[in-house]
Ligand binder design. Sequence first.
Ligand code: CO
Length: 286
Amino acid sequence: MNEKHTPSVSNPRSVEHIITGQPTSDGAGVKLTRVITQNLQRRLDPFLMLDNFGSDNPNDYIAGFPNHPHRGFETITYMIAGRMLHEDSKGNRGLLENGGVQWMTAGRGVFHSEIPQQEEGVMEGFQLWLNLPAKDKMCAPWYRDFTNADLPQFTTPEGVAVTVIAGNSHGVEGAVSREGTEPLYLDLHLPAGSQFVQNLPAQHNAVVFVYRGEVKMSGQTIGDKRMAILKNEGDGVVLEATAGAKVLLIAGKPLNEPIAQYGPFVMNTEQEIRQALQDFREGTLA
Ligand code: CO
């Protein structure tokens, strides 16, 4: 797919803060780095969590994420390397592998499991949690799998390979769009010496996560495995790669609604959390 137009940015955003993720484990002991942690949910509204898992040691991932519930938001899993089988309470089943994306809207409730289908080799990827507007939190669950070939992709004249998971870049429409949160989710592979430009409304919250190499933004370096929170300013983002780099550019429109989280349930009020727990105990969540 060719890009339709190259945007121009006259007043690029700069870096507000650089985050080093928190090493943690989740599921049945999968080791991962939590890059968007709970204390950043307000600042990075509508994003609730970003995990980066990556290991060539099977002990770090083999047990996977056995059956567990969600309510009130969306999970987007992007698998860079490895194979993971998803199964959920709505009867969806999909193998997620090598550059594929799974987008799940939990809505009023879903149970799912994510289990590695490999006993050796590298497993690497990301899971992003995207909040739902209050009016959609109890919507019917929705699910889609995209293989890497299904995802809209283009290469800029400078040779930057762009995968548009969500939103719009250079006129190319992403795999998924959402009205309330207007998410932009790009995977960018930048060759040495290249620049990438993306328009972005100043009020949208945005981060850049570097998962290979390093990039520069307005003169500031974002190093390997670091996430930059971008200032809410200007008319877009300009990334420069001195050496080759791979980065995620993620942005969205803040909901500005109360956030109440208890583990895998994210609602607006404590009362709604109590209801989710009651539905979970009574077997009526999903
Ligand atoms: Co889950």
